[in-house]
Design a protein around this ligand. Structure first.
Ligand code: FES
Length: 511
């Protein structure tokens, strides 16, 4: 088996049973924030544009590069499709002209004309852009586990597809937390130190699980060439930087006594024969300079892409839009379809574009002006042009666009709220219905709690608020403080509306 590394987590995998192009990423992503590191713009796409199979692990733009796929990859290739319950990945690929799909079943081995393929599909709303995946590719002598940035949670399910000769795993930052948060410096620095250490520790845990004799740390870090973001690059091994590069992680592994890590840079060729492995870099300098002379290397990269970046910034806005009106028309019907998400947020998410601030109010189900001083669950301060661009292009996943761009400042008075993130990944009826169905399924088991001598169902019959959090009992009446509906505990009758009942019962004999 031969792997040619294409940058980030792109690979061209060649075997005697066919070749697979995995996650090719070449076009800077997220409003021109992320660029592949080390740079891969000198590779010739003709060398890998006609594989037998294409695999796109998920729709994050550093894995799914529609411009590159449209322009360079033959449309008659067969696409190895993860077993996602949603149609979004297939739909995007069909829109680009791909027509031949090999549908895999989650976690099962498939023999595709002699090539062994298994794809683990992760499908919870929290997984990537409503779905993420990892692939196993085997040719009878050698087996590769390309985990990229997926997070399988069950070692037994991974082992069932092994043993593996090579393992591709993410180890660096691919997130906006905590770097965009408006926090006092000591706190943000502490959180960043923890984040840097935790993401490398997680990768190490996966390496120890998978036990492959050859490990390729990939899927990041990206680099940031816009001057406004340039400080996010880890130029000097800063312990508070969440984007450590491959050499930092390989040193970490070596310190832990793990000697299976291998460096690859774009154009590196890996020959694998079972566990035997040789890596040939395009040149000694290609494997040294991006890391040893990082700042000079990135400045040169920045100069080369300055024109592209200027046109990207110029494309963000085509004139002032009525953001309040357009967001109300778009979001209010979605909030109405999303009682569990709304109850999970239970407050306002504020989009502050400088000359106006707009509250998406998940309690009232409205999009309205926000007044300074009003409470919020989450607030983003963001360049108006970016929001106008999202509205103009009707982007249905703002996590896979605005959030990953790191081009905003975030404020959050309380803890992390997963419901906020899943709402902003799901800005269409189809997407939000999927998210709500997942939440409903997770709650399918009857859940109850006990308080003040009563056993009470956990989720409010109005719009699914968690009554362990929002329920207040006074004089035999439970009030859900989210919308102040009241329930008589003796009968379960709703005192606010006739058509709902609360399931509850007194514990022990009546006093
Ligand atoms: S969710 Fe509305 S009152 Fe409980």
């Amino acid at each position: 088996m031969r792997l040619t590394f294409l940058g980030h987590v792109g690979f061209h995998v060649e075997t005697e049973h066919g070749s697979v192009l995995c996650d090719p990423w070449f076009t800077p992503a997220y409003f021109g924030s992320w660029f592949p590191f080390p740079r891969n713009d000198d590779l010739d796409p003709a060398d890998f544009a006609a594989p037998d199979f294409l695999y796109v692990s998920h729709l994050h733009r550093d894995h799914f590069d529609p411009e590159f796929l449209a322009r360079h990859v033959r449309k008659d290739v067969r696409v190895l499709l993860p077993d996602f319950p949603t149609p979004f990945l297939e739909r995007e690929l069909r829109d680009l002209g791909f027509r031949h799909f090999v549908r895999t079943r989650n976690g099962e081995r498939h023999d595709v004309d002699g090539l062994e393929v298994a794809i683990m599909a992760m499908t919870a709303p929290a997984d990537g852009p409503l779905g993420d995946s990892a692939i196993v590719i085997g040719d009878g002598r050698t087996r590769l586990f390309d985990q990229n940035d997926a997070r399988p949670g069950d070692p037994a399910a991974v082992h069932a597809l092994g043993p593996f000769d090579a393992h591709v795993v993410q180890f660096s930052g691919a997130i906006w937390y905590p770097i965009v948060y408006d926090l006092p410096h000591p706190q943000r620095a502490r959180l960043a130190r923890e984040k840097r250490a935790n993401q490398m520790a997680r990768a190490r845990r996966y390496i120890e699980w998978v036990k492959a004799p050859n490990v390729f740390p990939c899927a990041g870090p990206p680099c940031f060439l816009d001057e406004a973001l340039f400080a996010y690059n880890d130029l000097h091994g800063d312990p508070e930087n969440i984007f450590p590069d491959q050499t930092v992680f390989l040193d970490e592994l070596a310190r832990a006594g793990i000697d299976t890590g291998r460096l690859v840079v774009p154009g590196s060729v890996v020959e694998l024969d079972g566990e035997r492995c040789t890596v040939t870099h395009p040149s000694p300098d290609a494997a040294r300079r991006p890391f040893a002379e990082k700042e000079a290397y990135l400045r040169e990269y920045q100069r080369d892409w300055a024109g592209w970046l200027a046109s990207e910034v110029a494309s963000w806005s085509h004139g002032r839009r009525d953001l309040l009106g357009e967001l109300a028309a778009w979001f209010e019907p979605l909030v109405a379809r999303a009682p569990i998400t709304s109850a999970g947020i239970a407050g306002a998410v504020v989009i502050d574009v400088g000359d106006e601030a707009i509250a998406v109010d998940f309690v009232e189900g409205r999009v309205r002006p926000w007044r300074p001083g009003e409470p919020y669950v989450y607030k983003v301060d963001v360049d108006r042009r970016l929001v106008e661009s999202l509205v103009e292009r009707h982007v249905e996943d703002w996590v896979n666009s605005l959030f990953l761009s790191c081009r905003f400042v975030a404020h959050r008075p309380g803890p992390f709220n997963e419901y906020v993130m899943t709402f902003f990944k799901a800005l269409s009826e189809e997407r939000i219905d999927y998210v709500e169905a997942c939440h409903r399924e997770a709650r399918a088991a009857d859940e109850w709690f006990e308080r003040d001598g009563w056993r009470i169902e956990r989720w409010c019959p109005h719009r699914q608020a968690d009554l362990t959090r929002f329920g207040e009992i006074d004089g035999g009446v439970l009030t859900c403080s989210l919308h102040h509906w009241r329930f008589d505990l003796a009968t379960g009758r709703c005192l606010t509306s006739d058509d709902r009942r609360l399931r509850c019962e007194r514990l022990g004999p009546p006093g």
